[in-house]
Design a protein around this ligand. Structure first.
Ligand SMILES: CC(C)(COP(=O)(O)OP(=O)(O)OC[C@H]1O[C@@H](n2cnc3c(N)ncnc32)[C@H](O)[C@@H]1OP(=O)(O)O)[C@@H](O)C(=O)NCCC(=O)NCCS
Length: 154
């Protein structure tokens, strides 16, 4: 089902929303790495990070809501304080039932515009090689792969 949505940038986050977003952020890697662990402690720790990040002028926390107010998308990016020409994407998620409706693209475009306004010249994102959908979307939006992380299990 297609439908409308509203994007909102958060200059501060209430704890309840921070925990909701943190739970999403922690669960997302399970999409390509089923063994990744999520605990109450890690969610609470990430919620602390999000609450602090919302207050930073060099961080953008964006949510997408449906008309009933439910969170259906989330995006977090940050300008690198030590190298402000770089903006780093830390999180992007759209609720499963609302995918393929342009919400992910809208969140990324809004984030990109914000980064440009902050003076960033480059946008960095790290994507798991199994996340082919995200890689395709990034390529469509003009991202180019520059390096590959290599991991060996010990
Ligand atoms: C990756 C993710 C954020 C994409 O979100 P999305 O809202 O489905 O993205 P969009 O709808 O903007 O674009 C997805 C596709 O829908 C198509 N699309 C865009 N607008 C559309 C519309 N109005 N109607 C139908 N299709 C549309 C796009 O062409 C795109 O096609 P592609 O597969 O060729 O890229 C989402 O799948 C997700 O949350 N995945 C799990 C979390 C994740 O992997 N996060 C990234 C971690 S690095």
């Amino acid at each position: 089902m297609s439908g409308s949505f509203v994007l909102q940038a958060h200059a501060e986050l209430e704890r309840v929303l921070a925990v909701e977003l943190a739970a999403i952020h922690e669960v997302v890697p399970r999409g390509w790495s089923p063994e990744s662990q999520v605990s109450e402690k890690s969610v609470q720790r990430t919620a602390d990070t999000f609450m602090a990040a919302a207050l930073e002028p060099y961080s953008l926390i964006l949510t997408a809501r449906d008309p009933s107010g439910d969170i259906i998308g989330f995006h977090w990016l940050r300008i690198d304080k030590d190298a402000p020409e770089w903006a780093h994407i830390h999180s992007l998620w759209v609720a499963e039932a609302r995918r393929n409706q342009g919400i992910g693209t809208a969140l990324k475009r809004e984030g990109e515009d914000w980064a440009r306004r902050q003076g960033a010249k480059r946008l960095f994102t790290s994507v798991n090689v199994a996340n082919t959908r995200m890689i395709a979307m990034n390529e469509r939006l003009g991202f180019v792969a520059e390096s590959v992380d290599m991991v060996k299990k010990l």
